[in-house]
Ligand binder design. Structure first.
Ligand SMILES: Nc1ncnc2c1ncn2[C@@H]1O[C@H](COP(=O)(O)OP(=O)(O)O)[C@@H](O)[C@H]1O
Ligand SMILES: [Mg+2]
Length: 509
């Protein structure tokens, strides 16, 4: 006897201007099932679930709920169909009470408001799931874990049969995560279906009955959790894209340029993003930082670039203590920083190329006299960079916004790599995801540029989400997980699979 799935998605396609976020995705959820949706950042998990929740309309594909074809035009539609979603960022009203948040909008959901009945219901759920929330507390007073419980209560009170949880553990402590997993199992036992989105493979293994792995918008596998190993999941998640070989010339490693000791740095949410990180980089050496996104690597780069406060520990450049001396000082020491998504954040699209280049040079003695910027010189210099970096632009007057991403990245690199010390080679290049989103030609150019600077004696630290790229470009690799270094080795000492396991499991395999 076959059981009808609670929901079934068939051939879902969702295109955004720059990316196919979902490419013919099939997915189903059975009653009583916990189905993990696993994949790296940007794999398309949230997009798929936003489609099921009615926030996005698919470009192609069909949705079935309990065997019946449906169109879900809005979250109101999906709630009516028994589908509920808890987003990564909660959507509660902080100044209202728990109670008010739970009942808010209930009438629209076709529920007759009956305070006594509702109170009993909330009490029953809290007991069932081991929650201890005061209905009269104001939401801002609650811990993050409790807020999540309120979000779940909202769905339970609306009698949702399908619960979508988008990376629910990313905000939780380990103890809270345990509690959540227990609640999820209880929900499944009562016949509900739970879609559990995560990029952490051990979580998928722990809590789910079935797991679907997405990569680059596609489903690469759906399997019963009991039939897959961590290694298989790691390979499925990260994949092995065919990358062109990189010609890496022999370079004799020089002295230590960067040395960071016991770095502690806070993240934007006020929790420790780096917890005692040691890192060094030599002249003529490329150090690749590997890790699942969000494990502290971006904060590390910002701290090294002088853009984020170091709470404890020290940073030395060429032996000088530069801890918390700030970005301006570090630029003077020959530190170049290429930020993540630089073509968005390091370029002013409404300005001409020459002005974008001037952003870094206007204070340089070469280009300004006592009071004014020497635009003539800057134009000449920009022309030289356009030529040297192969930027496809007619002249320095071209508006930045008219160039492609690959060309804008060339502009950023041209500016950052030639700007540090009035013409001298950078001592240290910090490059955060310098090839992300670039096409093959632009990627090769960035690689060649980093290798050129390596030959000229720069020390280079770079981030990439592409493990193959890290393995090929780096001389040495440092693996970061949860703000700590969990592995360090020469790139030729390990295989992609071994490094992948370290990234995912947070410890040496
Ligand atoms: N509203 C949007 N507009 C444009 N691109 C988007 C939008 N939402 C997501 N994307 C892109 O779609 C891809 C998949 O994103 P997402 O579904 O959020 O991935 P995941 O949840 O697996 O991290 C990414 O490349 C992302 O940048
Ligand atoms: Mg997501």
């Amino acid at each position: 006897m076959s059981v009808t799935p609670l929901v079934e998605l068939r051939g879902i396609v969702k295109r955004f201007p720059n990316v196919v976020a979902n490419d013919r995705v099939d997915f189903s959820l059975m009653p009583g099932e916990v189905h993990a949706l696993l994949g790296e950042n940007a794999a398309g998990k949230t997009t798929l679930m936003n489609i099921l929740y009615g926030l996005y309309q698919p470009d192609e594909g069909e949705i079935y709920v309990k065997g019946k074809r449906v169109r879900i035009r809005s979250p109101a539609d999906s709630i009516r169909l028994g589908i509920g979603m808890v987003h990564q960022s909660f959507r509660l009203i902080p100044v209202h009470t728990v109670w008010e948040n739970v009942v808010l909008g209930l009438k629209e959901a076709g529920f007759v408001l009956n305070r006594k009945k509702l109170t009993d219901m909330v009490k029953k759920f809290c007991e069932e799931y081991g929650w201890n929330i005061d209905p009269n507390a104001r939401v801002w007073q609650l811990s993050v874990g409790e807020k999540q419980q309120v979000e779940l209560l909202k769905l339970l009170v609306r009698r949702a049969e399908v619960l979508i949880l988008d990376e629910p553990t990313s905000v939780l402590t380990p103890q809270e995560t345990k509690g959540l997993f227990k609640a999820i199992r209880t929900m499944a036992k009562s016949g509900k279906g739970i879609i559990f989105i995560t990029h952490k493979l051990e979580e998928a293994l722990e809590v789910s009955d079935r797991v679907t792995v997405m990569r680059k918008g596609r489903v690469v596998a759906t399997k019963p959790t009991g039939e897959v190993t961590a290694e298989e999941l790691a390979n499925l998640m990260i994949g092995r894209p065919v990358l062109f070989k990189i010609e890496k010339p022999e370079v004799k490693k020089g002295g230590i340029v960067l040395e960071a000791k016991g770095l502690k740095v806070m993240g934007d949410r006020g929790v420790l993003a780096l917890d005692g990180v040691n890192l060094c980089a030599h002249s003529g050496e490329i150090v690749g930082i590997a890790g699942i996104a969000g494990n502290g690597q971006e904060e590390l780069m910002e701290a090294l670039a002088g853009l984020r406060r170091v709470e404890a520990g020290k940073v030395f450049i060429d032996g000088e203590d530069v801890t918390n001396k700030g970005a301006g000082y570090l630029i003077g020491k020959g530190v170049s920083y290429i930020p993540p998504e630089s073509t968005r954040w390091a370029i002013v699209r409404d300005m001409r190329l020459v002005e974008n280049i001037a952003l870094k040079f206007y204070r340089s003695r070469d280009f300004s006299g006592m009071l004014r910027i020497d635009w003539h010189k800057l134009f000449e210099f920009s022309r030289k960079l356009i030529d040297e970096y192969g930027i496809a632009a007619h002249s320095p007057s071209t508006l930045a916004g008219t160039l492609s991403g690959g060309n804008l990245q060339r502009v950023v690199l041209a500016r950052e790599l030639s700007a540090t010390q009035d013409g001298k080679v950078p001592r240290l290049i910090l490059a955060a995801y310098p090839t992300k989103g670039l096409d093959v030609a632009a990627t090769e150019f960035v690689h060649s540029l980093l290798l050129k600077h390596r030959s000229m004696g720069s020390a280079i630290v770079f981030l990439s989400e592409d493990l193959e790229e890290i393995m090929m470009l780096s001389d040495r690799i440092v693996v970061i997980s949860k703000g700590k270094v969990v592995g360090e080795f020469l790139s030729k000492e390990k295989t992609v699979e071994e490094v992948g396991m370290m990234m995912l499991k947070g410890s040496a395999a």
